[in-house]
Design a protein around this ligand. Structure first.
Ligand SMILES: Cc1cc2nc3c(=O)[nH]c(=O)nc-3n(C[C@H](O)[C@H](O)[C@H](O)COP(=O)(O)OP(=O)(O)OC[C@H]3O[C@@H](n4cnc5c(N)ncnc54)[C@H](O)[C@@H]3O)c2cc1C
Length: 421
């Protein structure tokens, strides 16, 4: 079977590695729009549900060498008052670690593994998909280079569109869909060299979005210089009506928002200093798309952000594309008819990811802080238990984990892993 993967991002590369590891008799080709592998993006979290799949591919040592093994989720009010610390990954008893990592490092680990295992010739860089057609004999996808010059078309038995938020394949399938949906939240993102704070491996959320705006900090690289600094990833989230088209590489200006956080200096973290000292700032609107009821159209299906773009919250943008890759490989292995496998894959993954898209809009992990800030009317509290019980806080967190599929019962070594492809 010839399998064409359109898009060599997190989902496309993981799919290629999964198919290869499965031992399935197939020939794989990845066509990626970007001409050269560039270090793009900032931080991303790989939680145990995604790590189960990456560990199954033998990538844990490579990820450990470049990322930071996260120890806890820590929540604070905008006054810097402690709300909750929950252990994560192996510290929480999972069978798999949780890595906070620079997206460029994650992408490089996947890219290098794909080149080493499948051969460099499998990946065609600088190939932007412009559309496809299919008939009873196969699917043919059309490509152009960065200047728009047509490149040879690719024929395959099936094509998997892993071409991200602005998927050209999805656009052809849903021509009336339009731009991603913006609900009035903007993000400023960046990385800063700084000394470790809290445990040195804490994913730290400060402030509720609805009242003050929200900050998120976590380290993505350890020991980056002789002074023991880390590379700290940070995100500012604020309500804002101004929509600028979603582009992960769009530069931003932290001075637009810095004054709102000038007083957020705590004895455990000087938040404005980290924002001010950033190596660069990117600006990205919080966008997603309404869930769709059909991903598979004959020989073509969607995967990752092309299928279910979601708010990049709770570590699920990347993780769900990895889980899609696992499910698709499993169904292709199980069925003699690849078209049926594509249908079965979509039937399994559409309801799961639909729930996460909707939950990420209304009840993300930082709902913990919003709830406390609402109950305390944004004021300092004497004792947290006068505002909310610890049980209530853990219940919010558990609910998110269950929907996102990384509760401990779901992510265990029992069942499929490690015998899966
Ligand atoms: C440049 C970039 C930077 C990002 N930075 C971050 C970040 O810092 N933090 C975070 O949480 N998430 C980031 N993301 C998003 C995150 O990678 C995805 O949400 C998630 O990994 C889902 O994976 P995916 O494979 O579906 O999409 P992506 O990882 O976005 O991969 C899609 C791939 O398809 C390629 N592509 C697009 N159009 C075409 C086409 N027409 N033909 C062929 N190839 C095409 C893209 O170049 C890209 O390599 C970034 C995405 C990109 C593209």
């Amino acid at each position: 079977m010839n399998i064409l993967i359109i898009g060599g991002g997190i989902g496309g590369l993981t799919l290629a590695l999964k198919l290869h590891a499965s031992g399935m008799e197939c020939s794989i080709r990845i066509c990626e729009a970007v001409a050269g592998a560039k270090p793009l993006g900032v931080g991303i979290n790989m939680l145990p549900h995604a790590m189960r799949e990456l560990c199954g591919l033998g990538l844990e040592p490579a990820l450990r060498a470049v990322g930071v093994e996260a120890k806890e989720f820590a929540y604070f009010t905008h006054h810097g008052q402690f709300i909750l610390s929950e252990p994560c990954g192996k510290s929480a008893g999972y069978d798999f670690p949780h890595f906070s990592i620079h997206r460029a490092d994650l992408h490089k680990v996947l890219f290098d593994a794909a080149v080493e295992r499948l051969g460099a010739g499998v990946i065609s860089m600088g190939h932007r998909c412009k559309g496809f057609e299919q008939d009873a004999n196969g699917v043919t996808a059309h490509f152009a280079d960065a200047s728009g010059k047509p490149l040879p078309s690719q024929k395959a038995d099936i094509a998997i569109a892993c071409d991200g938020l602005h998927s050209a394949v999805r656009k052809q399938l849903y021509p009336a869909e339009g731009a991603p949906v913006f609900h009035g939240i903007n993000m400023w993102r960046g990385v800063t060299r700084a000394k470790p704070f809290l445990t040195g491996a804490s994913i730290t959320r400060i402030g509720g979005l609805f009242m003050t705006g929200k900050l998120l900090f976590y380290p993505v690289r350890n020991n980056i210089d002789a002074d023991g600094n880390q590379l700290i990833n940070w995100v500012v989230e604020l309500y804002s009506d101004k929509y600028e088209p979603a582009d992960w590489t769009r530069p931003g200006d932290i001075n637009e928002v810095l004054s709102q956080f000038e007083n957020w200096r705590f004895d455990w973290l000087d938040a404005p200093a980290i924002l001010r000292n950033a190596e660069f700032t990117l600006k990205y609107p919080m966008v997603d798309r309404d869930p769709i009821a059909q991903w598979t159209f004959g020989r073509v299906t969607l995967l990752g952000d092309a299928a279910h773009p979601m708010y990049p919250r709770g570590g699920n943008g990347g993780a769900q594309s990895i889980l899609d890759a696992e499910a698709l490989t499993r169904h292709l292995l199980a069925s003699a008819d690849p078209l049926q496998a594509l249908q079965a894959y979509a039937a399994e993954r559409i309801p799961v990811t639909r729930e996460i898209v909707l939950q990420n809009r209304t009840a993300p992990p930082d709902l913990i802080i919003d709830t406390v800030e609402k109950k305390s009317k944004g004021q300092r509290f004497e004792k947290l238990e006068d505002v909310i019980s610890e049980d209530e806080l853990h219940a919010i967190s558990k609910n998110y984990q269950r929907v996102a599929g990384w509760d401990k019962e779901t992510v265990s070594t029992k069942g499929r892993w490690p015998n899966q492809p």
